[in-house]
Structures are given as C-alpha cells and as structure tokens.
Design a protein around this ligand. Structure first.
Ligand SMILES: Cc1cc2nc3c(=O)[nH]c(=O)nc-3n(C[C@H](O)[C@H](O)[C@H](O)COP(=O)(O)OP(=O)(O)OC[C@H]3O[C@@H](n4cnc5c(N)ncnc54)[C@H](O)[C@@H]3O)c2cc1C
Length: 453
C-alpha cells in the first residue's frame, strides 16, 4: 500500500483555513513562513495553512557561501533544514514553472520531472535572483557562479584539484594555467570569494611546499572601484589589501571570450586558466519574467505594502521584487539579505491584515550597512555608517553572521569552525562530488541558457 503524500492543498482547507503559498525558501520566503506559522500556532480564530515551495529542503544562508568555497565551512553549516525550522508548514520540493493569477493555481515540477498543480488563496512570490549573465561567448559553458552550495563546493574542489594536478604537471605552461584563477565581479560577493580562495590556495602552498605567489588570482570588474557598496574609503582599503595578497585586480576590465583553457580579457590580454568564477551581479529569478506583469530592472513591481498592483492577493519580496525604497526618492531597495528578511516580515503582516488580523503597513527600512569578510585577519564593515576595517570589522562581521543565522545548531557549527580556523590549518579536502555539468549555471541555478532555448 502506498503512503499518503503531503497534500499540496491541505485537506482542512475546506474547513475555512486560508491557504497561503510561498514560492521560494530564501531569506524573504523563510521569514514570511516563520511569521505566518507563529500566527497559525497562536490564533485559531483566523486559521491559515502555509505551503512553502522550494527546489531545496533548506534555507541557504548565502552570505557564507564564500567561506564554503574557501574550505572554511561545511555546506551543511549554512543550510537551515526547512522541516525542522518551519514546523507546521507543508513543504513541496520543486520549482514553480507557471503561475495562473486568475485561476489561483501554480505548476510545480520536481527533480524527477513530475508536475503538480497547487492551489492558493494568497500567493507570496520570493524566488530570489540568479547570477546575471552577459552575452559573452563561452560564459555559460565555462564559468561557474556562486549562488548555490553546488557551485561553492565545485569551486573549492576545482581549485584543490587543479593545484594538485599542477604539482604533477610537466608542461610549465599548463601548470601555470592550472594555478590561475579568474574571478569576475569585485563587489562584495566576488571580493569575498577571491579572498577565501586565496586563503585556501595559500594553505595548499604551505602544505605542499611551493611559493603561494605561484598561484595567480585575477579579479576583474567593469567598474572603476572595488566594492562600491562600502564607499570610497573602505573600497580603497579593500583594494590595497587584495593587491597586498598578490591578487591582480583589474578595474574597467571584463571577459570578452571564454574557452575551456583561457579567458580573453577586454584589456587585450589573454589569461590561461582552468577556473573562472562569475560573480558579476544578479538578475531576478526567471519565474518573474514568465508572469507577464510590470517589472523594473527585471524585478516584479510591487506597492509599498509589497502587494502586486491589480492583484491584491499576491505579494512579492526580496531580490525578485522591485520594492520602492520609501527612505529615498525614486529608488528601489537593493538586492540584499538585510532587506529580504525585513520584507518577509512585512509580507506576513500584510497577508494577515488581508484576512482580518492586525493592520497593514508599508515597507520602510534604513539600510544598516554591510559586513564583508575578506579572509584571514581582515574584513570591512560599515554598520550604521561607522567605517571599520581589520580585526574590529572581522569581529563585527563574524558576530553579525552568527547572530543572523536562523538556527542554533547552524550557529554552533559555524562558531566551532571559526574557532577551529584560529587554531588549526584550513582542512584541504576535495570530495569531487559535484560534476562540471551539475555546477553549470543552467543546472545549479535553473537559468535558461541559449543552448537550451
Ligand atoms: C555569495 C553571496 C554573498 C552575499 N552576501 C550578502 C551579505 O553579506 N549581506 C546581504 O545582505 N546580502 C548578501 N547577499 C545577497 C543575499 O544573499 C540576497 O539578497 C538574498 O538571498 C535575497 O533573498 P531572497 O529571499 O530574495 O532570495 P534567495 O535567498 O535567493 O531565495 C530564493 C529562494 O527561491 C527558490 N526558488 C528560486 N526559483 C524558484 C522557483 N521557480 N520555484 C520555487 N522556488 C524557487 C530558491 O531555491 C531559494 O530557496 C549575498 C549573496 C551572495 C550570492
């Protein structure tokens, strides 16, 4: 006899519960679900059923992905299990492919390709973003992003394997290519990734007894500054530190063409490499485009209460939504976790207001600044406008992440890893579990690429 499956539409829906479906379990979706479930447990007069649809069974704490790529953290430490963290939610594992706004249904496809229709009374769209791509020959085939644990693990293993192969390589040109890493994007994600991979490579050099500067890092950005998000003074400091670690930072430069063996740069040079990481910004999830609704910079337009214009039962938040920034004229909030979490809270409140619980509010948040961990002994942070760098920023950065991780067991694991890092050498372990294809932008993030369309 087959076991009954967790129904996509809860059985007691007919009993009056409002069915709220949340698409995506990242910062915004997770927080929305958490708040709605808190209401579910405490208010039986206004019953709700909460369904969360996500391709993964965890909420990913993306800001620590560079630490995973650098071999400092285990991927499980930054993955918060949904079943434990969201008790009472109906979890549907799959990717939403279509939304019928009038019929109030959506279509989900699971990993095995099977489809399922899910009905909703209220819909919360929080599918986040994917790596932003450009029309560069060879990019989707040969570059790898940093938005998923698959990609972070791939980059870690790829660097370790290439350095290992380089040690046995007899052709000096090929050995040099294996020891060269190109990272595109010098805002916080790309800079953190480069710093962490540099630290990993330094440890390999120490343990395998070769000169760390034999491993070459090239960091590119079209902009004329690194990390414009932290301001000019801290950005200059970051540039100085990256260059002092032997990282070849080239501003106003990008990749023109990529092959499996080299990158042709816009400054006219060619860099032989086997490892290219692409962290040049994000674009809203492809699901947003499929809705056919008004968008701004590719993100779904919402009102200040995060509802979608002309669709009062549909809400959106996080990287996928163009949320008006009421603290600034004519701006939308940047795609950061800081905003996504707070928007999740407001969505939950306003969904509940729509069913007679409490009052609705607009989204308003003054940016608190950024924390950016740049590997051993260095970080920069600008909490509430105070500019910090070095050890002070490192302490603030790590404390911030430990505080923000939404589960005690994850916090403990990350804290133990940081402690271990202060005492022991970084572990050099490459499991090789992620294939080149699995880590491709199309497979790991579900980005439709031209070869698929
Ligand atoms: C390397 C890196 C470092 C970062 N560091 C920081 C930082 O230090 N501080 C900061 O504030 N921000 C940081 N960010 C940005 C931050 O991660 C994002 O702004 C944040 O994750 C956005 O939250 P979200 O809920 O909108 O989307 P996400 O957290 O990306 O979640 C989206 C969810 O939707 C799911 N999904 C996608 N498509 C579908 C679909 N079709 N159907 C169902 N589910 C779907 C995804 O699997 C995921 O679960 C960083 C990002 C990266 C990549």
């Amino acid at each position: 006899m087959t076991e009954p499956v967790d129904p996509a539409r809860p059985a007691d829906h007919a009993g009056g519960a409002v069915h709220i479906v949340i698409v995506g379990a990242g910062f915004a979706g997770f927080e929305t679900a958490r708040r709605l479930l808190r209401h579910q447990r405490s208010d039986s007069d206004h019953p709700v059923e909460v369904t969360v649809i996500s391709p993964d069974d965890f909420m990913l704490y993306t800001p620590l992905l560079p630490d995973v790529a650098g071999g400092l953290l285990d991927p499980r430490f930054v993955a918060v299990p949904l079943a434990q963290a969201l008790p009472g939610a109906h979890l549907v594992a799959g990717r939403v492919e279509e939304v019928d706004l009038d019929g109030r249904t959506l279509e989900v496809r699971n990993r095995e390709g099977a489809g399922e229709t899910v009905e909703w009374d209220r819909l919360v769209l929080t599918p986040g973003s994917v790596t932003r791509l450009f029309d560069i020959p060879g990019l989707t085939e040969h570059a790898r992003g940093l938005k998923t644990t698959t990609e972070a693990l791939y980059l870690r293993d790829q660097l370790l394997e290439q350095l290992e192969l380089a040690c046995r390589e007899t052709d000096p040109e090929i050995a040099r290519a294996r020891r060269t890493v190109v990272v595109v994007g010098a805002s916080y994600a790309g800079a953190e990734l480069t710093a962490q991979l540099r630290a990993l490579a330094d440890e390999v050099a120490r343990q395998r007894d070769f000169d760390p500067q034999d491993v070459r890092f090239v960091l590119l950005d079209m902009a004329d500054r690194v990390m414009p998000e932290v301001g000019e003074k801290l950005g200059d400091k970051v540039l100085e530190v990256l260059r002092s670690r032997g990282i070849d930072v080239r501003l106003g430069t990008t990749i023109d063409r990529l092959t499996a063996e080299h990158a042709e740069l816009s400054d006219g040079t060619t860099v032989a490499t086997r490892t290219v990481a692409w962290a040049a910004g994000v674009a809203a999830s492809p699901l947003i485009d499929s809705l056919g609704l008004p968008a701004e910079k590719g993100r779904l337009k919402v009102r200040t209460d995060l509802s979608v214009p002309d669709h009062p039962h549909v809400f959106a938040a996080g990287d996928a939504a163009a949320v008006p920034d009421v603290t600034k004229d004519d701006a939308i909030t940047p795609p950061t976790a800081q905003h996504a979490v707070r928007q999740g809270k407001v969505v939950a409140r306003n969904v509940l207001a729509g069913i007679g619980v409490g009052s609705a509010t607009e989204y308003r948040h003054n940016d608190l600044g950024l924390v950016v961990d740049l590997g051993p002994r260095f970080a920069v942070a600008n909490p509430v406008g105070i500019h910090l760098s070095g050890y002070a920023a490192k302490a603030v950065t790590r404390a911030y992440h430990l505080f923000s991780l939404p589960r005690g067991a994850n916090r403990m694991a990350v804290a133990a890893a940081y402690l271990g890092d202060a005492v022991y050498p970084r572990p050099l372990v490459s499991f090789g579990l992620v294939s080149d294809d699995e880590a491709s932008l199309a497979r790991s993030q579900g980005i439709p690429t031209s070869s698929e369309s």
